[in-house]
Write a protein that binds this ligand. Sequence first.
Ligand SMILES: [Zn+2]
Length: 135
Amino acid sequence: MSELHPPPTIEEFYKFCTQRKLMAVRCMKCRHLMVPPRTICSQCHSSRVEWAQLGSKGKLVTYTIVHVAPTLFNHMAPYAVGIVEMPEEVRLPSIIRTSRLESLKIGMELELDFSPRPQDPSWPQWPRYFFKETA
Ligand SMILES: [Zn+2]
């Protein structure tokens, strides 16, 4: 059995984030999309998967406000983390950035954005995507 592409890795996922691309892995057999990437389809167990870029808009499915944050995010607290549903029918966890936490609403439209590279070298692999309110 020959593989044209090496199996997707989480390292590649982060690399795509630094290129401002949010990528899922699509099963080439049943078209199921997965984030974070997996090498085996969680639906049909096929190992024929490929990278697929997601769009930049999503909807807020649920969220919670974090008041006590991990050290790296202390300066951001309180902040919102939530689940965002993409039109491609995948859901992913994300930090939700807003100027007013009380304006967050379930079902509201959100826009994808990316943070610059982290200054903290002890955490090089933090996924740098987040969602924010649409302008
Ligand atoms: Zn599949």
